[in-house]
Write a protein that binds this ligand. Structure first.
Ligand code: URA
Length: 191
């Protein structure tokens, strides 16, 4: 099996799907390669595409803040990646074929990092990792085993961009905070 760095090197030239044509950089993932906690978002946006790192724009700033406030963690202590590694044009939703084509990278990342907890951010990551068509609003509020492996808990929560759109005093903000506390409790149990 490849190392995470070797896999990132391989992915950096990926042309498996049409997103390759419009990207600046493949945004493979960032953070601690042996983290206990992994975050999986949707796909790179404008800032991420330019910088080659996931969650560095407005959503990322919110994620960093919530990570510190609810879990006492800095981003370099966790591993962060996305469902698709290349920016969809004009930030549109990734297409099913793009998610399907990219999924082997994410699955390999999960095997290599081998986290105790995966927090999925938004619908796309939750649906892919939980193999469901349900939406995050109905999925969140509990944890799930990752594909029958009770050593990895999946904790679905809202995407930070949705939380930003919903306002800082709203239910989405309270929900994402509660979900991060749930993730922290899983980490404490697994420690
Ligand atoms: N939104 C995502 O889903 N991922 C990023 O990396 C940035 C914004």
């Amino acid at each position: 099996m490849l190392t995470l760095a070797e896999l990132a090197g391989e992915a950096s030239g990926c042309t498996r799907c049409p997103l390759a044509a419009g990207r600046t950089t493949v945004v493979f993932g960032a953070g601690d390669p042996s983290a206990d906690l992994m975050f999986v978002g949707e796909g790179p946006g404008h800032d991420e595409d330019l910088q080659g790192e996931p969650f560095v724009g407005r959503s990322g700033k919110l994620l960093d803040r919530l990570l510190a406030e609810e879990m006492g963690l800095a981003r370099d202590r966790v591993y962060i990646t996305n469902t698709v590694k290349c920016r969809p044009p004009a930030n549109r939703d990734p297409l099913p074929v793009e998610v399907a084509t990219c999924r082997s990278y994410l699955e390999a990342q999960i095997e290599l990092v081998d986290p105790r907890v995966i927090v999925t951010l938004g619908n796309f990551a939750a649906r892919l990792l939980l193999d469901t068509t349900a939406g995050v609003s109905s999925l969140r509020g509990r944890s799930y085993p990752y594909r029958d492996r009770d050593t990895i808990a999946v904790v679905p929560t809202f995407h930070p961009s949705y939380v930003l759109r919903s306002g800082s005093g709203g239910e989405a903000m309270a929900g994402i905070r509660a979900d991060l506390v749930r993730a922290k409790q899983h980490l404490a149990v697994a420690a």
